[in-house]
Every structure is written in C-alpha cells, then in structure tokens.
Design a protein around this ligand. Structure first.
Ligand code: UD1
Length: 371
C-alpha cells in the first residue's frame, strides 16, 4: 500500500509523528508532502527533528497568504505531485487550509482521501477551520473520527457510512512524550525568561484570528493576562506577535513573560510544570486534559467538548468581562475530582488508522478481482 500524508501547519506535524512511526513498523510506502504553510523553524523544523519524523519527500513551499491565495497555491502545486505518485490513499490531517486543499486536489483526481480527525465541529462559521473541516469531511472517502461525539456529528450530516472511530492520535504522541519527559529524556523546557519552573506559573497561548485580529479585543485579553497575580508564560505564535506589533500592543506587560512557540517536548514539559493553561488552541486544550492540568479556553465554544464535560476545561470567551477575582479564581482553580475516563482513546489510534486503510485497500483489490 502506498499512502501520501499532506501536512503544512504545526498541529499537523504533531499528528503526523505517530502516523509516520506506525507506518515505519510496516512494509507500506509512506510519503510526506509538506505544503510549506508554516515555514518558521519554530513552527515546522523543530517538530520534524524533535519528534523523529522523516524529512518530507516533497516540499511545496507555498508560505503565507490570504485564505484563497494559500489554499489555491497548495491546490495547484499538489496536482502534479499526486498525479505522478498515484497513491492508494491521500491522508489529510485536521482543519487547516492545507487540509482542505489536499482533500480537494486528491478527490478531483479520483484518489481515495482519508481525513484524520474527522467530525469535529465548533458550529462557529466565522472560524476558517470550521469551513475546512466540513468541506474536507464531505469530500473524503474515509472519515477517521477521534471521538464518539465526532461520530455523531458525521452521522447527523449523512456521513455515517464513511465513518470509523479510531481514537485520537494526539493521545499516542502526548503520552509517549510525557513518559519521556518524566524519565528525564529531555532537557528542561525552554520557558520565557523570568519564569521559574519551580514556582507556580500559568502557560498561555493565543493565535486565533478572532482573538488576535481586532485591536480592542486583543488589548483586552492581553490586559487580563497581565493583571493576573501569577506569572504567565506566553509562548507567542508569529500571528500574535505580528498583530500585536501592527496594533501597537505590548505583549510583555504586567505579569506576562513572552517567549517563542515551544517545541513539542518542551510544551509537554511546560504544561506539566505549570499550575494551569490559558489558551485558544484546540490541541493544547486536549494536552492539558491528558496531562492533568486545568485549562481555561478563551473562546465561546470548543470542538473538544469532553474536556469541558469532565470539568478540566472552562470556556471564558471574554476574560475582561469578569472581575479580577473571578478571573484569577477561574484560571487557578483546583483540578476536578473523579475519573474522566478515556474519551480520546487508549493511545493506539495511529495503529488503528494504518490497519483500517490496509484492510480497505485489500477489500478493494478483492472486490476488483471478483468483479
Ligand atoms: C494555522 C491554522 C490553524 C492552526 C494554526 C496552528 C488555517 C486556516 N489555520 O493558523 O487552524 O491552529 O495554524 O499554528 O490553516 N506565520 C509566520 N510564520 C509561519 C507561519 C505563519 O510568521 O511559519 C504568520 C504569518 O504572518 C501568517 C500568519 O502567521 O500570515 C498566519 O499563518 P497561517 O498559516 O495563515 O495561519 P495560522 O494562524 O498559523
């Protein structure tokens, strides 16, 4: 079997790591196409080296641009690559512009498309990721759902026949790296200057356009973080840095200590060292849950509803509307009691994905032999 993974942005590289490792344990041919959506070393290279992912076989080098420009650039660059390779499966990940472009290019060439992390929904049509997910799910042949909730969403959109529950590959990688961090396999996390990992601190990230692109809103959120009575380690995404600069908003205010985006093992170590997380990232909400740290999400909704239902995550769309005491008590609240179970699976999702694709290719071959 020949499979091409199409990735381009940081969260996809995290998901690619366990998939590439699962393929490496088989005889199958697995090729990696990097679209180049993320090109900064902090958002791309350190994930390949840090997570032991083989170098991409093809790099499209599309870079940044408006949604249309970026998506269109991936589409036109992919056609000749996929035409030449003609894989059994094209595997696309998550919900970025690289995901929807990969799926669209492949389906138009009558190549089978599998969508990893299918069925997530925020029901917020302002989010570019929501358009990308819905469009990708509706054009893919195989919908690899991470949770029961995702399976239900796909069924309600008439896609049950293409859906399989495989678990979440982020559990595979997060728990593996957690164990390595605990056993001392990595140096101390690269925290921003001024953060003492032995003292209580919060880990924060912010990159969603809805939070970064409106100057008033961004200033209010940064102000709320700055006024917290505990140090806040802000691992700043390039979009946040660019928008703050553009709007003349200083990130290093009050108790905020600004650092660069963290490589994966550093991020896991930083979450473990922290007393809690404040974020608008999807992946980090789940990592906080898996690593047993309370999370406060600066968004009106989440795709990862299990983190909220189990009490590990609280949604605070507008921190600046809370009183300083309410806000502080929310982000520094104690961990909930009770067993949250394993809503994201048992850490074997990547193996499930490879086996399923293999079975379906085999069934297809048998079908065409008996026809
Ligand atoms: C993308 C994904 C988002 C994901 C996030 C993780 C889409 C629509 N969004 O958002 O789902 O959560 O990645 O990081 O695909 N930039 C750099 N260097 C880079 C990449 C980007 O400086 O290597 C800056 C540029 O100013 C760029 C901006 O960040 O315009 C936004 O980058 P883009 O890839 O369009 O979206 P993200 O916000 O990173």
């Amino acid at each position: 079997m020949k499979v091409i993974s199409i990735v381009g942005a940081r969260p996809q590289l995290v998901k690619l790591a366990p998939i590439a490792a699962a393929f490496a344990r088989t005889e199958h041919e697995h090729q990696i196409v990097h679209t180049g959506q993320h090109y900064d070393a902090d958002l791309s290279d350190v994930f390949f080296s840090g997570l032991g992912i083989p170098d991409p076989d093809v790099h499209l080098g599309v870079g940044s641009g408006s949604h249309g420009v970026q998506t269109g650039a991936v589409l036109s660059a992919l056609d000749p690559v996929l035409e030449q390779a003609r894989p059994d499966w094209v595997l696309v990940y998550g919900d970025t512009n690289s995901t929807v472009a990969g799926a669209l290019s492949a389906v138009k060439m009558h190549l089978k498309v599998a969508h990893l992390e299918a069925g997530l929904r925020s029901f917020n049509r302002r989010m570019p990721e929501e358009h990308n997910r819905v469009l990708t799910d509706h054009c893919a042949d195989l919908l690899l759902a991470p949770t029961e909730e995702a399976v239900r969403h796909l069924a309600s959109e008439g896609l049950a026949h293409r859906t399989r529950l495989v678990g979440d590959v982020m559990v595979d990688i997060c728990l593996r790296i957690r164990d390595q961090v605990r056993s001392g396999a990595f140096p101390a996390p690269e925290l921003p200057e001024g953060i003492d990992p032995a003292e209580p601190f919060l880990l924060a990230t912010l990159h969603r356009p809805d939070n970064t692109d409106d100057p008033e809103r961004l200033a209010a959120i940064i102000g709320s973080l700055a006024r917290l009575p505990v140090p806040v380690a802000l691992a700043a995404h390039p979009r946040l840095v660019a928008r703050a600069e553009e709007h003349g908003i200083k990130l290093a205010q009050g108790n905020i200590r600004v650092g660069r985006p963290l490589p994966y093992a550093s991020l896991v170590a930083a979450v473990l060292a922290s007393i809690g997380v404040v974020t608008d990232s999807g992946g980090l909400q789940k990592e906080a849950f898996l690593l047993e740290r309370v999370c406060t999400t600066v968004r009106p909704e989440t795709e990862w509803v299990e983190t909220v239902r189990t009490g590990w995550n609280i949604l605070v769309p507008d921190p600046h509307t809370l009183t300083p005491t309410e806000w502080t008590e929310t982000v520094t609240r104690p961990a909930p009691v009770g067993d949250p179970g394993t809503p994201y699976g048992d850490g074997q999702a990547a193996r499930n994905v490879v086996r399923l694709m293999e079975e379906l290719v085999e069934e297809g071959r048998e079908g065409s032999r008996s026809a």
